[in-house]
Ligand binder design. Structure first.
Ligand SMILES: [Mg+2]
Length: 248
């Protein structure tokens, strides 16, 4: 039998065979962020905007029922709500609802603020050379308006929106497209989101889900949907960033 030997000389400092050095080579990781409720405090503005749109169409729905669907694709959200209310799902009605929602949300944009620590977390990742991207079920127009509130340079950051993929959350397409745009294996990424739809999309994409409570979902719901860890908001995540293998 051939004798097994290290492939190169031992490290003189650690006395370990050089072959062990390769064990320290880890996968390049990246952070893929949801936007609403994850980086900006906008979930309730979206909920009220949907409520306003539905009311304008003569559809009466309690606000909490809408909140439970926020974070998924706008098309799926309207389909589900129309089905539950027994109304016909006509393409023209869905288009009208989405336009009314977008107009109502833009009227509330002044109230939208970055979540605590959002700018600091993203700046930290940039300075630590850890790639990151944004993947949102929202449209590019509204996403850009909300992202501008964070006040950081986004010129080299991929922003993947509903306009660029066939299916939005809970399908994994947005996160897969975000990982691809960074040139990083999706299985090596963290998906950070506030809704169960983000965590489900993360699981389907084989990424590790990190939940945030800043969108109104509970800890147990996020964990049940597959969150590996749950933090309050971006500031809390940044405090624990070393636990995710992102070295300062
Ligand atoms: Mg969200």
């Amino acid at each position: 039998m051939p004798k097994l030997r290290p492939t190169a000389a031992a490290n003189p400092r650690t006395k370990r065979p050089a072959a062990f050095a390769s064990c320290r080579v880890s996968l390049q990781t990246a952070f893929l962020f949801d936007l609403d409720g994850t980086l900006v405090d906008s979930v309730y503005q979206h909920v009220l905007a949907w409520h306003e749109a539905l009311t304008a169409e003569g559809i009466e729905l309690s606000i909490w029922r809408i909140h439970r669907r926020i974070g998924m694709s706008g098309g799926l959200l309207t389909n589900m709500l129309l089905r539950e209310t027994g109304l016909e799902i006509e393409p023209a009605r869905i288009e009208r609802l989405q336009r009314l929602h977008s107009e109502a949300y833009k009227r509330r944009l002044d109230e939208v603020r970055p979540l605590p620590g959002a700018a600091e977390l993203l700046s930290f990742l940039t300075s630590a050379r850890i790639p990151w991207a944004v993947a949102t079920s929202g449209r590019l127009e509204t996403a850009n308006l909300a992202l501008a509130k964070i006040g950081i340079d986004l010129s080299n950051v991929p922003i993947i929106t509903r306009d660029q993929v066939r299916f939005a959350k809970p399908d994994p397409d947005l996160f897969i497209a975000a990982a691809e745009s960074l040139g990083i294996d999706i299985a090596a990424t963290f998906v950070v989101g506030d809704s169960v739809w983000d965590m489900l999309a993360a699981q389907r994409a084989r990424a590790l889900g990190i939940g945030l409570l800043s969108g109104g979902y509970g800890l147990d719901e996020l964990e049940r949907a597959g969150a590996y860890r749950v933090f309050d908001d971006p500031a809390h995540l940044l405090q624990h960033i070393d636990e995710l293998g992102a070295r300062r």
